[in-house]
Design a protein around this ligand. Structure first.
Ligand code: SAH
Ligand code: SF4
Length: 392
């Protein structure tokens, strides 16, 4: 086996690690041992896994390796939050954020470099899509947070008590990798997080929500942001494909499948003059009346490419009050890590947009074909500019 085709042990779920050992002619229980070394003790060197015989370690090194993404920057906010920038194999940089709050430590993890869904209020969406993160790049964020916060030194005190898939990217568009990463987060031989403390946030990829129950029982948050299809489609293009009625039906199906009583959280980013009117709150109360749920209001976090504004605190509290009076449990997310660009929707990393690159490329090809048909020169200086812009 060549070096490049070695399995990366850091990105294998317990089930896949077991398969690897069985195929290698070893006992499947070795899988839990290796998992504990990597994810509970933070050990990335197979030679240091001392409860595994030397022969087996040598054998393992011929078929497997342990590779994690690298942390390239570390920012500390005045409020105690941290933001780390991670470089992934595609060359893009993605961000993860740690938010300590009393005894709770929440890690906000990225699932993609960029995002193709182009929600109008989101900095990540403005970058377009670059790549899906691998399982090791997703779980590697939790590994690094533990490592940098001293979590591998103590077997009882874990700095990260909660994980939310609310960083860069749409987790359900990187389905298989996110599912395997979730299983490692929740696996007792790894991080052992409970299903209540691991949350997937989605903009509403309905076919993926429909499949979700066959892979995980993690908690679910849905980015709703509008009480009707017209408004939602205008700020979240995905709504044109999967409108609200279908979305609510699929969420209901997932919640029904869970063995305990948990409710989904609807995220609602409040944008001044766009979706923060009192009537929007009343319509939202009616829309969700048949679905037990919580509502999390997120005051819009500004970023340079957006003209949107955050509503005043009185409009935020009016909006909240209307929902509370209608009987909903409503929280307003306090902005954390604002001084280090770590707040919701401000995560940008350093991502080269392949979606728009390829769209531009296609357009150039079509223009060239059209020009050739009309007997014109295929490329002129404007095309060169477009090519140069692509390289920026
Ligand atoms: N793609 C997933 C998860 C990442 S976004 C999703 O859309 O759910 C995490 C949350 O931040 C989502 O609820 C998203 O709508 C919200 N968000 C995005 N940009 C924001 C901004 N500028 N201000 C406040 N919240 C924002
Ligand atoms: Fe993508 Fe979520 Fe941002 Fe929309 S809000 S562009 S789905 S990351």
């Amino acid at each position: 086996m060549t070096a490049t085709s070695k399995s990366n042990l850091a990105g294998l779920s317990l089930e896949k690690l077991r398969e690897l050992f069985v195929v290698a002619g070893e006992k499947p229980f070795r899988a839990a041992q290796v998992m504990k070394w990597i994810h509970q003790r933070g050990v990335l060197d197979i030679d240091l896994m001392t409860d595994i015989s030397k022969d087996l370690r040598e054998n393992l090194k011929t078929i497997a390796e342990i590779k994690l993404p690298i942390v390239v920057e570390d920012f500390k906010s005045e409020d105690g939050s941290r933001k780390w920038i991670i470089e992934v194999a595609s060359g893009s940089r993605v961000e993860m954020v740690f938010i300590p709050e009393g005894s709770r430590g929440t890690l906000c993890i990225s699932s993609q470099a960029g995002c193709s869904l182009d929600c109008s209020f989101c900095a990540t969406g403005k970058q377009g899509f670059n790549s899906n993160l691998t399982v090791a790049e997703i779980i590697g964020q939790l590994w690094w947070a533990n490592s940098l916060l001293g979590g591998f030194k103590s077997s009882t005190e874990r700095p990260v008590s909660n994980v939310v898939m609310m960083g860069m990217g749409e987790p359900l568009l990187n389905f298989e990798n996110v599912m395997d990463a979730l299983s490692i987060m929740m696996e007792d031989s790894a991080y052992g997080l409970s299903k209540r403390k691991v949350t997937i946030s989605t903009s509403g990829v309905v076919p993926a929500i429909d499949r979700l129950k066959d892979y995980t029982d993690a908690s679910l948050a849905i980015s709703l942001h509008a009480p009707n299809d017209e408004l939602r489609s205008s700020i979240m293009p995905i709504n044109k494909k999967y409108p609200i009625k279908e979305l609510l039906r699929s969420i209901d199906g997932y919640m029904e499948s869970l063995s305990d009583k948990r409710v989904p959280v609807f995220e609602y980013t409040l944008i001044a003059g766009v979706n923060d009117h009192r009537q929007h709150a009343r319509d939202l109360a009616v829309l969700l009346k048949d679905m037990p749920c919580k509502i999390n209001l997120i005051p819009f976090n500004p970023f340079s490419l957006s003209d949107y504004r955050q509503p005043s605190s009185s409009s935020i509290s009016n909006f909240r009050q209307i929902l509370q009076q209608a009987g909903y449990t409503v929280t307003v997310r306090t902005t954390r890590g604002d001084d280090i660009g770590a707040a919701c929707g401000q995560l940008v990393g350093d991502v080269e947009d392949q979606t728009r690159r390829s769209q531009r490329h296609k357009k150039r090809q079509l223009d060239a074909a059209e020009a050739a048909k009309n007997g014109k020169k295929a490329f002129d200086s404007t095309d060169n500019l477009a090519v140069a812009a692509d390289r920026l």
